[in-house]
Design a protein around this ligand. Sequence first.
Ligand code: ADP
Length: 610
Amino acid sequence: MKRLMTLAASLRSIQWRLVIILMLTTFVLMSVVWVFLNSRVERIFYSDFKENIETNYSALEITEETNYDMLLYNLRTNAVIVGFIKGTDKSFTILDRNTAEILYSSDEFYQVDKNGFRNEIFKSENLLSVLASSQPDAVGEKRGYTKSESGDFYTYVKSQTLSDGEFVLLFKYKRARALEVLSDFSKVIMTGTLFALLAAVLIGSVLSRTITLPINDIMHKAEKITDGDFGYAIEVRSEDELGKLAKTFNYMSSRLKGMLTEITSEKKKLETILYYMNDGIIAYNRLGEVIHINPAAKKLLYNKVSDIISFDEFMSILNIDLTIDRISKNRSICEPFQKVQYKDRFFKVQLAVFTDEKNQLDGVITVIQDITEEQKLEKMRREFVANVSHELRTPLTSVKSYTETLLDGALQDRLTAEQFLNVINDETDRMTRLVKDLLTLSQHDGGIVLNLEDTSISDLVTSCVNRMKREAETKKQSLKLKIKQTIPIIKADRHRIDQLLINIIGNAIKYTPEKGNIQVLVYSEKDKVIINVEDNGIGIPATDLDRIFERFYRVDKARSRQMGGTGLGLAIAKEIAVMHGGDITVKSKLGKGTSVFIELPVYKAQKKAL
Ligand code: ADP
């Protein structure tokens, strides 16, 4: 804006400069004319004076036979030369060529002061040259005027040999006459100059307006463009340089508009990509200050790293030994930082520098990937493999040792052999169960498709409880079922819900001592069907409650194994519930009993009374 204002100011001066140039040119031209005329006027004046005398003098036909008196008489009677005798600004004088004595003079000054007059005429170069010359017909006709206190004058001097001696004729003409004419000329020229200057101002300002107007137009357009307004085109008024400038400017403006639209759309695209990107992006300038941070980066860093944290500070909280100065010096970024810990999360941090047109560091872009889940999964995978190997090794070891003992002779003792074979059978069952459970889990991991159908939970629970009753009876436990109200039909995979119920009720039987009580309660609440399996068994310590749904997690490994548990039952049950859009929660008191709540959702369309 400021620049444009100064441009406007200079434009104004362009207009005035043009006017001044035109005025100066006019003035110089008029001055040259004046000087030229001045010298020309004086020359014409003198030539006229000299030619007049020469023509008239020759008409007198003065020869060497003529004597002095005759000459004087002739001169006095000649009409033109009489002007020199009677005029106030012209005079004529006769001198003796040999003695330089003034013989006659019609000059008024001579009448008053003979010596003064003599001194005055002897300043004339023309007279002196004639007196000094030895030629009989010497003429002094130099154009220049003679300076004198009583007034400058021109002279025309002529030598004349007569019968009675040699004489010099001096015609004198006051310069004042010429000066009068000159001053008249000067006045005319001055008035002319004044008019010419006025015309120069007028023409100059009109002409310069034709130049400055399109420039002003361009300037206003440029001003609009700086404000982001491209909607105007400059009118092309002529085909000259200014016309071309206007055309070029219009082209430039349309190109600029196109480029700006392109850049804006690119920028928006980039911003959208950055906004919706899962990886965190933080851009820093060459000073290490944040210039951009995307929402993912803010989220990854729990919003703790505010926009103001510098690159160096950021690197230091990530425990990366790197500063913006070092990057600026080396300009090379090493391999990505694979596993950077920040609080309880793990990141993969990648840095990339960007440079300016001089190939100097302009900033650094930091890409942050959250690899916490990957890390967790990797850990779980390792633990899982270790757990599976461990779980399989124990029964295999006992099968192996019992088989060896049998082979070593125990086979002979039928009772012992039977006992051993029972153990081997149990262990094999356990391994089969384990493999079955593992297969179920791997099916879940592979993302199984549930075979959903209208299922009556009341029927399913009733059938399951009935089947489990026999197992409870062997431990002399009471297993009771209570269905509180009419339970809506839900969409469920019957086979899997059955497996879930067997796991939960089986656990209640397993972890409840003999003669214990187990109660299964079915009721519906809002949009849920709830199956509550409650026992008064050994209970689960509060510290373990959070972890019992993990694969292979068991509160008391030895007891669980003894009961034939694999540590996978609850994990499978929970996954089935979650797959149905439900959940399982557990409440328990150590030594008092455990209460498991299985929640399964009822969809509105399925709310149909049994
Ligand atoms: P397991 O095959 O060992 O039973 P689960 O995944 O079914 O494995 O159960 C995990 C652990 O949770 C069990 O080892 C047991 O310690 C505890 N648990 C599960 N149900 C009960 C319950 N009703 N009463 C007490 N402890 C239980």
